[in-house]
Ligand binder design. Structure first.
Ligand code: FES
Length: 102
């Protein structure tokens, strides 16, 4: 899948991802950073209730929408900054929370 080109040269910063502190490369887009750590789920589709992942990585498809610092943003167009709070709301958008039949 994806991996960072020069991990030793990446300045890692701490962010909060889904309520947990994690380190991501500063200056990289949030979408690329999550793909690099093999954590590709960006959101749950409101129609299919299935996980989505960033697709185009250039601001076109909107598959990377997630809550970043309290605002829904395209993760592929948003750079990682120290202390950033990223919330994908994955646990609140499951089939069970939407009343879908099991
Ligand atoms: S990955 Fe397509 S808009 Fe972000």
């Amino acid at each position: 899948m994806f991996k960072f080109d020069t991990p030793a040269q990446q300045k890692m910063v701490e962010v909060i991802l889904d309520g947990r502190p994690v380190e991501l490369p500063s200056g990289m887009t949030v979408a690329a950073a999550l793909l690099g750590r093999k954590d590709p789920i960006s959101r749950i589709s409101p129609t299919s209730r299935r996980p989505c992942s960033p697709h185009c990585l250039m601001g076109v498809c909107f598959e990377c929408m997630m809550e970043i610092d309290g605002v829904h943003r395209q993760a592929c167009m948003t750079e990682v900054t120290p202390g950033m709070v990223i919330n994908r709301n994955l646990d609140t958008q499951t089939e069970a929370s939407h009343g879908a039949p099991s």
